[in-house]
Ligand binder design. Structure first.
Ligand SMILES: [Zn+2]
Length: 138
């Protein structure tokens, strides 16, 4: 069974996250990379969790990763989400290292397994913005 389209509310960019959200509208997934120790930083912020440097540059990420953990939601009380069940909430471990909380779409939720390869997909959101999710990359 494939999930219906998920709600896509517009994001609320901040000074630190605006480049990330803007890049999504160009189907580009950016990560910050620490200029001192090369750690990829998630969520977007100019503070390295590994070495505490405040110097980081935006780099284009591969958009690929693997399912680290996930759950299938069959009953949702979230406004606007009840009609989208079943849907998948997952932590995806990016090839660059960080783990991102996301949805896995475009597949059978019951066929997913931890460790499955996934790739980023982009969806339009309100007000000309975009969101990212992941889909199976088998
Ligand atoms: Zn660092």
């Amino acid at each position: 069974m494939t999930s219906a389209a998920l709600p896509a509310p517009s994001p609320t960019p901040t000074v630190d996250t605006a480049p990330f959200w803007e890049a999504l509208t160009r189907d580009t997934f950016l990560l910050l990379r620490c200029t001192a120790c090369a750690t990829h930083i998630w969520y977007p912020r100019k503070f390295c969790p590994a070495c505490h440097s405040t110097e980081a540059d935006w780099v284009t990420a591969s958009g690929r990763g693997r399912i680290y953990s996930f759950t299938v939601v069959h009953r949702s009380a979230l406004p606007g989400w009840a009609g989208s069940t079943p849907y998948v909430i997952a932590y995806v471990e990016l090839d660059e290292g960080p783990r991102v909380l996301t949805n896995v779409v475009n597949g059978d939720p019951e066929a997913l397994a931890i460790g499955d390869p996934v790739r980023v997909v982009y969806s339009s959101a309100d007000e000309g913005s975009a969101l990212f999710r992941f889909e199976p990359a088998n």
